[in-house]
Unconditional design. Structure first.
Length: 118
């Protein structure tokens, strides 16, 4: 056997060994990829209902927030109306009372002056 034949034989043996190692590694790797693909597919099927449910929950939450916003606006409007009523009551009640007190004080003062003048 010549050296070229020996080198060729060693190269064939090494290529065969590497091929066997590659096959040994590739088979479990292929099985792993198939399982991962199956898991991702099942997660995709499970995620669709969860995403739809989450979307419905967010929609309901937005509706509730809008309702709370309307209630807050109504409460603000009620407070503004109460402030106007209180101002009006203050004007209606306070002004006549001040006029009545002033008139009474003037009459009392006039009566005192007429009594002291006679």
């Amino acid at each position: 056997m010549t050296s070229i034949e020996i080198v060729g034989l060693v190269a064939i043996i090494l290529m065969s060994a590497f091929s066997i190692v590659a096959i040994i590694i590739a088979v479990p790797l292929f099985k792993l990829l198939v399982k991962a693909n199956h898991i991702v597919g099942s997660l995709d099927n499970r995620m669709d209902p969860m995403v739809e449910e989450l979307n419905a929950i967010v929609g309901n939450l937005n509706t509730e927030v809008a309702t709370i916003n309307d209630i807050t606006k109504s409460a603000g409007s009620i407070v503004e109306q109460l402030e106007k009523i209180i101002r009006l009551a203050r004007i209606i009640i306070t002004s006549p009372i001040i006029k009545l007190i002033s008139t009474t004080a003037g009459i009392v003062s006039g009566i005192k002056k007429t009594k002291s003048g006679t």
